[in-house]
Design a protein around this ligand. Structure first.
Ligand SMILES: O=C(O)CCC(=O)C(=O)O
Ligand SMILES: [Fe+2]
Length: 381
């Protein structure tokens, strides 16, 4: 690999920059080229804690036949590791996503977080879904029921947090930079990839391209001309974040045989994009666990973090007096502070008693929002 094909991470803004950790160049790179590779989003200790917890279940020999995605549920959100969950909901990461999507943090939603161990193997298995040496692809087909919107109006951020080092593991993620509106690699719609239309899912690069040469030779030829020759490789370290998109061409490359690479894959969408589904079992079903990890997370999260999980914001029409009491009764014993929700509802009731009615769509204090937009309380954190 020649030097110019590597992409070196650029540092994020310092912690003093607060909720806007990305530089304007990083935001522009994601919006225009389709990715940004950023260091220092997280404090070093937060990454080390997550890495330590992630190594625990995966430090033994690789399970045989492990060829496909994810932790097989072991470190999916909500994980039984506070440190892993803390990365998912870290205020700096949420701030970065909000910068990219140009919305407040309250308007983003988590739809995926899974910590994926990948063990280096000499050769692929015979399975077409083997992910050792991936075919180049875009991620949208297994996230959204639609197709990504036009390039300038993105509705989701895909990201990989690396908890390993490329010098030890190899296996850099490859990405194809979008070079302007007329870039042939990014012509619309983005469908020349296995798993879309009538093309079957095939993950392994060699098998996928052989399949395409048989089934759709023009697609195979286009990919060989416009995608593979242009891929560049993320020179990741522990803590590096690759921010990319549902419509960015990329792929995973082989890990060094014997090495274990740990990465956390996440997706955030904008609140209205309901056609982007939660990839996992779901937050509610995880509330059936004896550990009560999800309940404790909801109880102790900030107001913003709760919004990211789909919990209604202060001032939302759902916060009637009865609901405030009931939710406090449910989560109060685990540390939930209903204050911000109660304050916002009280402020709204006071406003509707003194001034002219702010909404005529339904009756009763605390039961409406303004034109469907929840009133935002002063105390959201
Ligand atoms: O593992 C990687 O570096 C990328 C993985 C990936 O793109 C995927 O599984 O969709
Ligand atoms: Fe991918």
């Amino acid at each position: 690999m020649t030097e110019s094909r590597w992409i070196a991470p650029e540092p994020a803004r310092p912690a003093s920059a607060g909720r806007e950790p990305l530089t304007s160049d990083q935001v522009a790179s994601w919006r225009e080229r389709g990715f940004a590779v950023v260091d220092d989003v997280f404090p070093v200790g937060a990454v080390e804690d997550a890495r330590r917890d992630a190594l625990e279940p995966f430090s033994g020999a690789p399970p045989s036949g492990h060829t496909d995605f994810g932790s097989r549920g072991r470190l999916e959100f909500p994980a039984e590791s506070d440190a892993v969950n803390a990365l998912t909901l870290h205020p700096r990461l949420l701030g970065a996503v909000a910068q990219l999507l140009a919305v407040p943090i309250e308007q983003i939603r988590l739809t995926q977080s899974d910590l994926w161990p990948k063990w280096g193997r000499e050769a692929p298995t015979d399975h077409p879904l083997d992910n050792r040496d991936q075919r180049i692809h875009v991620d949208y087909p297994n996230h959204t029921l639609l197709h990504p919107p036009r390039w300038d109006a993105p509705e989701a951020v895909e990201l990989i947090v690396y908890l390993s080092d490329v010098d030890e593991c190899g296996g850099p993620t490859a990405v194809v930079s979008r070079e302007g509106r007329d870039d042939p690699a990014y012509s619309w719609p983005i469908v020349r990839t296995p798993g879309v239309g009538a093309l079957r899912w095939v993950n392994d690069r060699e098998k996928a391209e052989a399949y395409l040469r048989d089934e759709a030779p023009e697609v195979a030829a286009w990919r060989a001309e416009h995608l593979y020759p242009r891929e560049r490789y993320v020179r990741y370290r522990v803590g590096t974040v690759l921010l990319y998109r549902h419509d960015t061409w990329h792929r995973g490359t082989p890990i060094e045989p014997g090495a274990l690479r740990l990465v956390q894959n996440m997706t955030f969408r904008t609140a209205p994009s309901e056609w982007i589904s939660v990839l996992h079992t779901g937050w509610a079903w995880s509330m059936y666990r004896r550990s009560q990890v999800m309940e404790r997370l909801v109880a102790t999260a900030s107001v913003e973090q709760r919004c990211v999980l789909g919990f209604p914001p202060p001032g939302h029409a759902v916060w009637t007096e009865e609901m405030l009491e009931a939710v406090e009764a449910r989560y109060g014993p685990l540390g939930f502070d209903v204050g911000p929700y109660r304050d916002a509802s009280a402020a709204r009731s006071a406003a509707s008693e003194t001034g002219p009615s702010r909404s005529t769509r339904s009756g009763g204090p605390g039961s409406t929002s303004v034109d469907g937009v929840p009133w935002r309380g002063p105390s959201s954190r």
